[in-house]
Design a protein around this ligand. Structure first.
Ligand code: SF4
Ligand code: SF4
Length: 422
């Protein structure tokens, strides 16, 4: 049954990830594109305060900035490496400052993201009324959810959480507790996050959620999947619009492949992309990801992982801008290089597996390890999977590859994930 051997990770993927800023500094990220027709603004063109745009957040009565801060970079172990992780935590208050200077008005985290709630709570001191706080718990039982919420209130030094959500899936115990917490005024609105549109639908239809977190990015387009159109995402967003449920997008920039790719340019498509990014400026690609997400009128906002104040400036520069031919070119180059490696976590393959292997979770942990650099977290999550659902349970029958609409070499990726994560 077990097609994979337990072995330590290979050195190729143990190399430290670099931040976007380091990547920019390592290349000749010149704004040559500005001289070309339709080229985008360079990162140096800092928007003035007040250039942020805002959208209505469903029926909540909240008005959210189009871009806010997502905090998955604060996954709970020092897996960016001690230097980068500590630097991220040290920079978080400055990142919040820069975001609010640029007109951003929300932060989104989870209690499972290390001590980000506490750091954000300190950073928001004195401007609580100007901030919209999203935070989450993955607890199942109602009493545990209540305890988690009380801790979040303490961490944020506040009396109420604006938007409280069930992290990663729906849980009835969460909903039971959240309704009570809402009645007590400890939370204002109830939501959920999940990677699978079909899992959001029943809770939107039932009127149980005020908002949803859904991954959404350029890689969801049918042109990269070859088999099916957007896997239910657009329909879900239209339903949310109809039901007046807020839509906040996560993973707007896919899986943060670029810094690692910068070091691995032997793959021709990656090499071509890297060459173009150095020529035209990689900020154009990051901004293009955001412009593409924000051009959807059914999207309210994007939660963007940002690890330096400079990235805040880069990302906020995307607000109000229109995609140009250069942007589409960079997006297409990126997608062509990434499409066979990027698991959309759609779970389409899961019913086909005779052994119940947790395919989407395993490939997500692989992404945490390889692309985010969250190595210890990824290993911890993988170790927490039931033994009969990890990659050892795979018999290599290949049924998941036939089912995957994105053409991923799932079996090989599971094998690689196992070798990295044990
Ligand atoms: S190849 Fe895919 S479908 Fe077959 S056992 Fe392995 S994970 Fe399951
Ligand atoms: S392997 Fe393919 S089908 Fe399975 S979750 Fe990932 S993208 Fe979806």
């Amino acid at each position: 049954m077990n097609g994979f051997a337990d072995k330590p990770s290979t050195s190729a993927h143990d190399r430290q990830p670099v931040t976007r800023r380091q990547f920019l500094e390592s290349g000749s990220a010149l704004a040559v594109g500005a001289a070309l027709s339709g080229a985008a603004a360079s990162a140096g063109a800092e928007p003035r305060k007040g250039e942020m745009q805002y959208r209505r957040f469903g029926a909540t009565g909240l008005t959210v900035s189009e871009i806010g801060l997502g905090c998955a970079s604060g996954l709970k172990s020092q897996t960016l490496g001690p230097f980068l992780f500590d630097r991220y935590r040290e920079q978080l208050p400055a990142i919040v400052d820069r975001l609010f200077e640029r007109g951003g008005n929300f932060v989104a985290t989870s209690q499972s993201y290390h001590d980000t709630e506490e750091i954000l709570g300190r950073a928001l001191k004195g401007r609580r009324k100007d901030a919209i706080i999203f935070t989450a718990t993955g607890k199942d039982k109602a009493k545990d959810v209540v305890a988690a919420c009380e801790l979040s209130l303490k961490n944020f030094q506040t009396d109420y959480i604006d938007c409280y959500f069930s992290h990663g899936d729906w849980r009835d115990g969460f909903y039971e507790a959240a309704q009570s917490l809402k009645q007590q005024g400890k939370i204002r609105f109830i939501g959920m996050s999940c990677h699978v549109p079909a899992k959001h639908r029943p809770h939107v239809e039932a009127g149980e959620v005020d908002f949803i977190f859904q991954p959404y990015n350029y890689m969801a387009l049918a042109k990269w999947t070859e088999k099916i159109d957007l896997p239910g995402i657009e329909e879900l967003f239209a339903l949310c619009k109809q039901q007046d449920v807020g839509v906040i997008c996560m993973k707007p920039m896919t899986g943060h492949f670029i810094p690692n790719w910068a070091k691995e340019t032997s793959e021709p498509k990656v090499a071509q992309l890297m060459q173009e990014l150095r020529q035209f400026g990689s900020e154009n690609l990051y901004q293009a990801f955001l412009m593409w997400v924000l051009k959807n009128p059914n999207v309210c906002c994007a939660a963007v992982g940002m690890t330096t104040p400079h990235e805040v400036v880069e990302n906020c520069a995307a607000v109000g801008k229109k995609l140009t031919a250069l942007h589409y070119r960079l997006l297409d180059l990126y997608a062509a290089a990434a499409t066979r490696d990027y698991c959309r976590m759609c779970e389409t393959c899961m019913p086909s597996c005779p052994h119940g292997v947790a395919i989407a979770d395993i490939l997500r942990f692989r992404m945490y390890y390889k692309n985010y650099g969250h190595r210890a977290d990824a290993r911890e999550y993988y170790a927490a999977l039931p033994a009969d659902r990890n990659a050892r349970a795979c018999s290599r029958c290949g049924k998941c590859e036939q089912a995957c609409p994105n053409g991923l070499a799932v079996v090989e990726k599971l094998r690689e994930a196992h070798s990295l994560l044990v």
